[in-house]
Design a protein. Structure first.
Length: 193
């Protein structure tokens, strides 16, 4: 996804028009909860459902995002990165995911051919990428770095709390507003190779 200026409402209005089912403006403040030890269990339940649903078409499944990092507050939404052989071959997986309760919400061909699915209760963001996608590796690297580097985890938490306290029209504005600190942390994570 091309990152936007979080203050450019017109750009986000245009982006949200691409959402399958229409735009979804925020209707309440962004809620961050203290780390919940049940989050990995919830991820495991969804990962099992995805494996059962897709079989070998589920090339890789990873728990990513803040709910995957112990001691990190997060929105109570499980982020999952799923790799399938080819995201553009939607006939090979979309109907099966939708039958399993995950609804296609976004197609982003310009961002690694990403597809976003969510269950009706929006308790999961299922990010679907093609096999071998560098973005999955980047998400896992960020997760692992935050798990083992207290100072960067605290920096990220402070940033999230400050940004969650602002008024946003769309959730993506909040996500994009975190980009500067994410890139700062990723610079350290990749310098450590």
């Amino acid at each position: 996804m091309e990152l936007q200026d979080p203050n450019d409402i017109a750009a986000y209005d245009e982006l949200e028009q691409r959402r399958i089912g229409g735009p979804e403006p925020l209707t309440r403040a962004i809620e961050l909860r203290d780390y919940d030890p049940s989050w990995p269990e919830r991820y495991a339940e969804h990962a099992s459902r995805l494996r059962d649903t897709l079989g070998e078409r589920a090339v890789r499944i990873e728990h990513v995002g803040s709910t995957s990092v112990p001691r990190l507050a997060a929105k109570p939404i499980i982020d999952i990165a799923l790799e399938v052989p080819d995201t553009t071959d939607e006939v090979a997986y979309v109907d099966d995911l939708e039958a399993a309760g995950y609804v296609l919400r976004f197609r982003e061909p310009e961002w690694f051919e990403h597809r976003l699915f969510q269950p009706e209760d929006c308790s999961v963001n299922l990010h679907v990428f093609p096999a071998g996608c560098s973005e999955t590796d980047r998400m896992v690297r960020f997760r692992d770095w935050l798990r083992s580097h207290d100072a960067d985890r605290e920096l990220y938490l402070r940033t999230k709390r400050e940004l969650a306290g602002r008024d946003w029209k769309y959730m993506q504005q909040y996500a994009d507003a975190k980009t500067r600190v994410v890139e700062e942390i990723m610079t350290r994570a990749f310098a450590d190779e």
